[in-house]
Design a protein around this ligand. Structure first.
Ligand code: ADP
Length: 275
């Protein structure tokens, strides 16, 4: 705490009051510390790919005899440049949300249909031709409530969140894993979950996976093209919808990501009955 005092005096010099103003400096210090850490994180995150790209370009400019190595070096330089662009786009996105410049484009949507549509896209990727096919195989299981759940949300941003969680479920799972997607209704909430059979997340890290740049295994995430910002963005988007996002996991067995969104049951008591 930081306190400042002022005396209230009459012209005669008679003191008839003291005003004490207390400022909560710890909150301000926390914000300042977080800001410093964030800037330092961004610098480190960009320096690593930049220095590696520079060494690959240096090697290429000196000339490489072996065509295969040359192609590999070009490929790494390109991949790392793409990852930096992705990271900067993610950062811009987060900064827009931080400053409240993002307006949600809300519409009432049938969540069963939307969730299914998003998952169908992931099924379709598996049927794609060899070039686009992911290196990993997976099976998506759906366990949805039979009841249609209508929720007000920004479709594009919601798709971005589910894409992100699904991509992680694939990325951090073994080949041929089953991803189970559930949807149910409970106490005016819709709860969606995505469970994988992957490596899981240590208990102590469960809350941190939504922090900016946090990764359980930095090297692994980078090697997979990760930016460490996907879940931080997902959290912002879900919170903008007055929802919640959290994770549960058993190490070595798999992880489950949950999303809850407020839901109004329009099927009970038709509002138009009175007219
Ligand atoms: P990244 O780009 O690193 O995947 P995210 O913000 O999407 O960034 O995720 C943060 C971290 O959370 C990941 O690096 C990973 O350690 C962990 N994580 C996310 N999803 C899963 C999952 N399904 N299984 C295991 N670990 C996960």
């Amino acid at each position: 705490w930081n306190a400042s005092f002022s005396l209230i005096q009459k012209e005669t010099g008679f003191i008839y009051g003291i005003v004490c103003v207390l400022h909560d400096v710890t909150e301000q210090q926390r914000i300042d510390r977080e800001r410093r850490e964030f800037v330092s994180n961004v610098s480190h995150e960009l320096r690593t790919p930049l220095t590696s790209v520079r060494s690959y370009i240096e090697a290429l400019s000196e000339g490489i005899d072996d065509a295969q190595t040359e192609a590999h070096f070009f490929n790494v330089a390109q991949k790392e440049t793409d990852r930096m662009i992705r990271m900067i786009n993610d950062l811009l996105n987060l900064s827009r949300m931080d400053s409240g410049r993002v307006k949600l484009n809300l519409e009432l949507v049938n969540l069963n249909e939307l969730f299914n549509y998003i998952l169908n896209r992931f099924d379709m990727i598996l049927d794609g031709n060899d070039e686009q096919k992911p290196q990993k195989n997976y099976t998506i299981k759906r366990e949805f409530t039979a009841k249609d759940l209508w929720v007000e949300l920004d479709t594009d941003r919601f798709i971005q969140v589910i894409d992100n969680i699904m991509n992680n479920a694939i990325k951090y799972s073994p080949d041929g894993g089953v991803i189970t997607c559930r949807m149910l209704e409970s106490n005016n909430q819709v709860i969606l979950s995505i469970s994988d059979q992957g490596l899981g997340i240590p208990r102590k890290d469960l809350n941190h996976v939504f922090d900016r740049f946090f990764r359980v295994d930095k090297a692994r995430s980078r090697a997979q093209g990760g930016t460490g910002l996907g879940l931080a963005i997902s959290k912002e988007v879900i919170e903008m919808h007055q929802g919640k996002i959290w994770a549960d996991s058993i190490e070595g067995k798999g992880s489950t990501f949950y999303i809850s969104l407020p839901y109004q049951d329009y099927s009970q008591g038709d509002e138009w009955d009175e007219f």
